[in-house]
Design a protein around this ligand. Sequence first.
Ligand SMILES: Nc1ncnc2c1ncn2[C@@H]1O[C@H](COP(=O)(O)OP(=O)(O)OP(=O)(O)O)[C@@H](O)[C@H]1O
Length: 585
Amino acid sequence: MGIFIKLGWYFKREWKTYSTGVIGLLFTALLGIVPPWIIGRLVDLIHRGQLTVKALVFLLVLLTVVSFAQYLARYVWRTAIWGESAKLEATLRERLFWHYMQMDTQFFQEYRTGDLMAHATNDLSAIQRVAGGGILQFADSIITGGTTLIAMMTVVDWRLTLIAILPFPFLAVMARVLGKKMHNAFKKSQAAFSRLNNKAQESISGVKVIKSFGQEKDDMDEFNGQVDDTININRHVNKLDALFDPITTMIMAVSYVLTIVYGGHLVISETITLGSLVSFVSYLSMLVWPMFAIGMLFNTLERGNASYDRINNVLNKKSKILDKQNGVAQEARGDLQYELDSFSFPDEQQENLHNIYFTIKEGGTLGLVGKVGSGKSSVIRLLLRQFDDYQGTIYFGGIDIRDYQLDALIPAIGYVPQETYLFSNTIRENIRFARPEASQKEVEQAAAKSDLAQQIATFPAGYDTQVGEEGISLSGGQRQRIAIARALLIDPELLILDDALSAVDAETETEILQTLRTERQDKTTIIASHRLSSVMNADEILVMDDGKIIERGRHAELMRQNGWYADTFKLQALETEEKEGGFNG
Ligand SMILES: Nc1ncnc2c1ncn2[C@@H]1O[C@H](COP(=O)(O)OP(=O)(O)OP(=O)(O)O)[C@@H](O)[C@H]1O
């Protein structure tokens, strides 16, 4: 019952609708007593040979009126209770989704996507069932069960009632025990299904890799193994299900036998009429559902309780990135001053970044280069406030970036990562993702700046071409350029290209960077890249190694230093020459 208390805030908030629902249920139950009584009267009148046309018409009209009133009462409780439960699910779903949107990078490292999805689907459904089915089972077992029992005792006979319901507690216990087993089996079946789903999704997504390594057969065997597993688990569920129905029928049969034996005796001894016995049998069948309801109630509540705790656990996780409510609200702009003494990723023992100091004047360009894993992206991630826990301060326009409201800082930054995420939508919507109100002309300008406009013109539906699973497949370079157009459309104060042109050929990259230089003269840019030619025009280039700056300066200065930068630059120039030579020759 704990879950009812936990959901108390919701029942309190929606008490009017819930009261309407319960009153509707009460009326349905009270009206339900009438039809069996009418049938009993009819049987008595026929039995005694006293049935007149007038009496018949009266009883039939009464039956029709009661059925119609019951229809209305059912409509009222159904819309009230089911409607409320759907509303609760929507409320919690919105809350959970908003929470996900607020959480920091660490949260998404801690929880697997599959689990977060399960919270937003299975767990919410279980809670919804408490507010719908749970309330119904609770109210029904008390209201319908109670009124029917009272009717049986008062309208017919209390001793017959007690004897007839003797086997009923078994029904409730059965519903509980088997229900629990069913629940566990069902959970296993869902987990197996989810594993199968993941496997299918992974195999389909990774089909190119599977085929290129000739692993089709092994992958197929693994998939088949999981299919067999799922089938076996589902067979078990079906077996349990098959146990349930016959046992119910058996228990009901015992109850009917007791009723007929003792009820027959009462009719013969003229304690009750034949009609009353007929009414009684109808009432008895009406008690089956409330008995089930009691048994099912516990399972519904248990599942709901566990799900509520799981969701609450996630909701209670606070983002480590605090959005200062009274922080600076004006959009960030100005010089960027990076004064980082040290930074370690959460739960990391060693230092990941050490003594990173640099300043980029507003409108300047910084190049970040270095070996794989040298810390280029880490420097950028701190700027994006993915992590706030470090020694030192990063100033944007003279203000600590942690003192801005997130809404003032993040829109000032256009970030383009190496791996682009495109939504299953049109090219236009993908480009204007961060500014949905942008006009077609603005979208086209952004596409032109990222050297994409001509290619879009060749797509089947131009800017309306669908991207993603149901649309065309784009090359890595095209995807990257859509991401750049997306960032350029917001015309950010600070544009960060984190290896964002790696899939684009050197010539196109040079063109795009040239356009950016002329178009963004008064705006700041950071370019992290493995291709050194992309940063050679930067105002300052930082060469990173193992989380530290090992060389710094302009291109010419770095070339004179004859260090990692000069060596790598020469090597890359040689490679390009060879490629071009090979191509021309
Ligand atoms: N969330 C994390 N937790 C712990 N360590 C991390 C995390 N993210 C990155 N690292 C580590 O930090 C180091 C620097 O990574 P980073 O991605 O900044 O390098 P990079 O220079 O951008 O590399 P690349 O050129 O491959 O993009 C790597 O050793 C990496 O394993």
